[in-house]
Design a protein around this ligand. Structure first.
Ligand code: COA
Ligand code: AMP
Length: 635
């Protein structure tokens, strides 16, 4: 099997990282070629390409235009929710980015300043990201499905000079006005940006400049009309390119910091070697720029590679039907596509026989990549049989920025085993560890860890919080990064990822924190305590369920209905509709250990019909007995 290219690359990446990544770095245009590759001067804070300088936007746009790709499409914007499509060439995208960068610069945005971007899947979101990169400013994109509380904590932490927002997002059944959410977030945040730029969309224009605010509100079009184009600013390879907040178990999100140099090198390498996409190819990632999959594989990797990227503002189903993806593939001649398994489960539900696939010419499509949550074998089989192309699972996280494990279609396609994302990607020294940090044997399930150093393109720290980076990821086992996922490796070296070992939720491929949903519930005056658990869902993989204890004096029986509906509303308003909370049970007590830790995992196991692991330290086992029929029973 295979030509040995994978094995050779993998071994070299670990035994000779300088040679391996030094070679990969030649695919990037540097201003100062890095004198060093791996910098181990300050473990566990490893750095890549120290001393090198570059500009990421130059690598994504200018150099392609200079090399003659100016007329090639960079983006195909396809928006069934607004009935719009638009193709933007590399030359046109460069022009828009340079002007918007000029506009940001005129507002005082300079190297190192943060810019929060709160926008749906519109080309201007990509323009804003690349404009920040052009100036050496640090963008932090917040997913449009997050509401005021989530947006506020991100603004508070990133302390942006400017916030760039759209007036609205367009969901299939409603227009979501962003501006009121942004205003509410800015009211809550003690940090106020100097300016807010609003992109007006015709579906719902926002009132700009009419509020009495601490910041200046500006209209995108007016600002850009007056702006001079800005040049690329030289940054260090180790300077931050972006912060992307992701959910931990607590309500406080973690600001994943990505650098410029390692990121450009790793993503360029992955596009060819993992996904088999090169210059001139058309690639379609159906995700959102607010998630890491969107950052890496809608924006940066395809553009760094001179490919054409489809920017899709719509859903897999309902916009207008389950043939939406196939229509895009046929229209643009897409060579490979990437999305989350949930999207395929939704298509399978609406079009089980794949009839809509047959009404489109899918001959261009060579591979389908799926990530973001576990790819269940049923969905894998369904997609493989219906499409007749390899369906490739790949496993990674916001923290790593690109796949930890994959079947490397460009480097060396390997046999696919359903249920496994295949093998560790070069650069990731994956180990399965037991409770005491001992390495487990083949087939044994344990904590999936990565021996340090992590490869280029992975997180360098948490924004403003080196200590939390070390305590959260590097302290469980000395010398290893803890992924938070459990799993095992088989006799062929294939990895099986079994799911999170902590309380992080994965709802429709979206990572959410139990803590932030609990914080929204706990803010209700009737709530004494609450717990949120992620239970199995056929479509979304997981959905949250809430268990709430009301304060004494509150009549949970009489007022239950009203409290429940107020709680559901609170979660939608604070966290966002994507939390997908539909069920709240009012209970008399929550099961805890003697030290007061709520047994979420045990409750989840009961709700999912598994045999629960009940810790010996449980405070009162009868609480769990009383709760079992509620957890197992119908809503
Ligand atoms: N802005 C505002 N609201 C949003 C939103 C956004 N960007 N994205 C989702 N929402 C809302 C939805 O409108 C929905 O609201 P509702 O409860 O009023 O109907 C709610 O959040 C839940 O959304 P979602 O989880 O997307 O469920 P759905 O039932 O609307 O759609 C799928 C189900 C499977 C079609 C959808 O989840 C999907 O496309 N999944 C693919 C996942 C994906 O791309 N993940 C990215 C990681 S790779
Ligand atoms: P995020 O940071 O939002 O990308 O979520 C990362 C988490 O999603 C991982 O830690 C896993 O729990 C889960 N995940 C992502 N991709 C996969 C996959 N291919 N198989 C199993 N779980 C996955």
């Amino acid at each position: 099997m295979g030509n040995g290219a994978y094995r050779a690359a993998y071994e070299q990446s670990l035994s000779d990282p300088d040679g391996f990544w030094g070679e990969a770095a030649t695919a990037i245009d540097w201003i100062t070629v890095p004198p060093r590759v791996l910098d181990s001067d300050r473990p566990p804070f490893y750095r890549w390409f120290t001393g090198g300088t570059l500009n990421t936007c130059f690598n994504a746009l200018d150099r392609h235009v200079a090399a003659g790709r100016g007329d090639q499409p960079a983006l195909h914007y396809e928006s069934p929710v607004t009935n719009t499509s638009e193709t933007i060439t590399y030359a046109a995208l460069l022009d828009r980015v340079a002007h918007f960068a000029g506009a940001l610069a005129s507002l005082g945005v300079a190297k190192g300043d943060r810019v929060v971007i709160y926008m749906p899947m519109v080309p201007e979101a990509v323009v804003a990201m690349l404009a920040c990169a052009r100036l050496g400013a640090v963008h932090s994109v917040v997913f449009g499905g997050f509401a005021a509380a989530e947006l506020a904590v991100r603004i508070e932490d990133a302390k942006p000079t400017v916030v760039v927002a759209a007036s609205c997002g367009v969901e299939p059944t409603r227009v979501v006005e962003y501006k009121p959410l942004l205003d509410a977030a800015l009211d809550r945040s003690s940090h106020k940006p100097e300016s807010v730029i609003v992109l007006q969309r015709p579906q719902a224009r926002a009132a700009v400049g009419e509020r009495d605010t601490d910041w200046e509100e500006l209209d995108w079009d007016e600002l850009v009309a007056d702006a001079e184009p800005a040049d690329c600013v030289e940054v260090a390879a180790t300077d931050p390119l972006y912060i992307l907040y992701t959910s931990g178990t607590t309500g406080r999100p973690k600001g994943i910091v990505r650098d410029n140099g390692g990121h450009a090198v790793a993503l360029r390498w992955s596009m060819g070697n993992v996904y088999g996409i090169g210059p001139g190819d058309t690639w379609f990632t159906a995700s959102d720029v607010g998630w890491v999959v969107g950052h890496s594989y809608i924006v940066y990797a395809p553009l760094l590679s001179g490919a054409t990227s489809v920017l899709y503002e719509g859903k897999p189903v309902g916009t207008p039907d389950a043939g939406a993806f196939w229509r895009v593939v046929a229209k643009y001649g897409v060579k490979a596509m990437f999305t989350a398994p949930t999207a395929y489960r939704a298509i399978k539900r609406d079009d089980p026989d794949g009839e809509l696939m047959r009404t489109h010419d899918l001959t261009s499509l060579q591979t389908v990549f799926l990530a973001g949550e576990r790819l269940d074998p049923d969905t894998y089989e369904w997609a493989t049989q219906r499409l007749g192309v390899p369906v490739v699972d790949n496993w990674w996280q916001t923290e790593t920025g690109w796949p930890i494990a994959a079947n490397l279609r460009g480097l060396e396609p390997m046999p696919i085993k359903p249920g496994s994302p295949s093998v560790p990607t070069p650069g990731f020294d994956v180990r399965i560890l037991g409770d005491r940090g001992q390495e487990l044997a083949t087939g044994e399930e344990g904590a999936i860890c990565i021996r340090l150093p992590l490869p280029p393109g992975t997180l360098t720290t948490l924004w403003g919080d080196d200590d939390r980076y070390v305590s959260g990821y590097l302290s469980a086992f000395d010398g290893y990064y803890l992924t938070g996922d459990g799993g095992r490796v088989d006799e062929d070296g294939y990895l099986y990822v079994m799911g999170r070992t902590d309380d992080v939720l994965n709802v429709a491929g979206h990572r959410l924190s139990t803590g932030s949903i609990e914080a929204a519930l706990a803010g209700h005056p009737a709530v004494a305590e609450c717990a949120v658990i992620g239970v199995h869902d056929e479509l979304k993989g997981q959905v949250p369920r809430a268990l709430v204890v009301v304060k004494s004096g509150v009549d949970g029986a009489a007022d239950g209905e009203q409290i429940r509906s107020e709680l559901l509303r609170r979660v939608r308003d604070e966290v966002g509709a994507i939390a997908s909370l539909q069920r709240v049970d009012i209970v008399t007590a929550l099961p805890k250990t003697r030290s007061g830790k709520i047994l979420r995992r045990t409750m989840r196991e009961i709700a999912d019909g598994q045999t629960p692991n009940v810790p010996g330290t449980i405070e009162d086992a009868s609480v769990l007995e009383t709760l079992t029929p509620v957890l197992r029973g119908p809503a």
